[in-house]
Design a protein around this ligand. Structure first.
Ligand code: ADP
Ligand code: MG
Length: 262
């Protein structure tokens, strides 16, 4: 039975200023309050440099915030942890000397999950993302799309409460990107995990998310919070993309960000 997910993700006054010696401080993210309910699919959009990646790194526990705190359920985030799986735009976070399966197993090894259980989890996640056939290959033998699938499998292997993705499909060709978008939507439905997706693509946000948060230019602050509630929500992505309601909503949202890129 799948464990019920009850851990809300709460950002309590989280903000960040980069300080390095001899340079003017850069306020990347203004104090941000945000509550993301367990099971929501939230997209964060905003102009380049507005602090989206900074925010995601803070939630991942990879970067301590200059102020504020992040809570997952009752627990304060103080570092990386199994309950938060992370997927980056670049697959350079995959270890080149490990096989695909070896990469997916990594977090489970660190958590000392017994070998048999680990193998079971790895096989299940590789099958979910369609990589069962290449389990024993080196990661550098995979295409960009397959490497992103491997990152997603690695993040899911620990059965996280929250899946954090930073422009995961940004470097892929359109065809591969659209396939992976569809797969991510399926994964979210199947697993019920909370998803926090950073993207510069308004279309991607509206297509996938149940809620889109819009950030202002740097220092980023929340300027829009939209529930996505299309009547034809469950249609295939190709149909949805052509739906007038979808197109109109995406155009309004894009205009509110003040950018013309999709
Ligand atoms: P986004 O992901 O929205 O494009 P980032 O979070 O990457 O934005 O960056 C926000 C701002 O912080 C940008 O102005 C960026 O140049 C600056 N920044 C990011 N990382 C660092 C760093 N390590 N040191 C100094 N400034 C940084
Ligand atoms: Mg970024």
């Amino acid at each position: 039975m799948t464990e019920q997910r009850v851990a809300d993700l709460v950002l309590d006054g989280v903000g960040h200023t980069y300080r390095s010696a001899g340079q003017a401080p850069v306020e990347a993210l203004a104090a941000t309050d945000l509550t993301i309910r367990a099971g929501e699919f939230v997209a964060l959009v905003g102009p380049s440099g507005c602090g989206k990646s900074t925010l995601l790194e803070i939630v991942a526990g990879l970067r301590p915030p200059a102020h504020g705190r992040v809570l997952l359920g009752d627990a304060q985030v103080v570092g990386p942890g199994r309950r938060r799986g992370v997927v980056f735009q670049q697959s350079s976070s995959l270890l080149p000397w490990r096989t695909v399966a070896g990469n997916v197993a990594l977090g489970l090894e660190l958590a000392r999950v017994p070998r048999a259980r680990r193998a079971e989890r790895v096989a299940a996640e590789l099958a979910r993302v369609g990589l069962a056939d290449v389990a024993d290959r080196a990661v550098y033998e995979l295409s960009g799309g397959m490497q992103q699938r491997a990152q997603i499998a690695r993040a899911l292997a620990a059965d996280p409460d929250v899946l954090l993705l930073d422009e995961p499909f940004g470097a892929l060709d359109t065809f591969t990107r659209e396939r992976l978008q569809e797969e991510l939507r399926g994964i979210w439905r199947e697993t019920g995990t909370t998803v926090l997706l950073v993207t510069h693509s308004v279309e991607e946000a509206v297509l996938l998310a149940t809620r889109v948060i819009v950030f202002s230019p740097r220092p980023g602050t929340v300027v829009g919070d939209h529930r996505i509630d299309f009547t034809r929500r469950d249609e295939p992505a190709a149909v949805l993309r052509a739906d007038p309601e979808f197109v109109a909503f995406a155009a309004r949202l894009r205009a509110s960000i003040g950018t013309t890129h999709a």
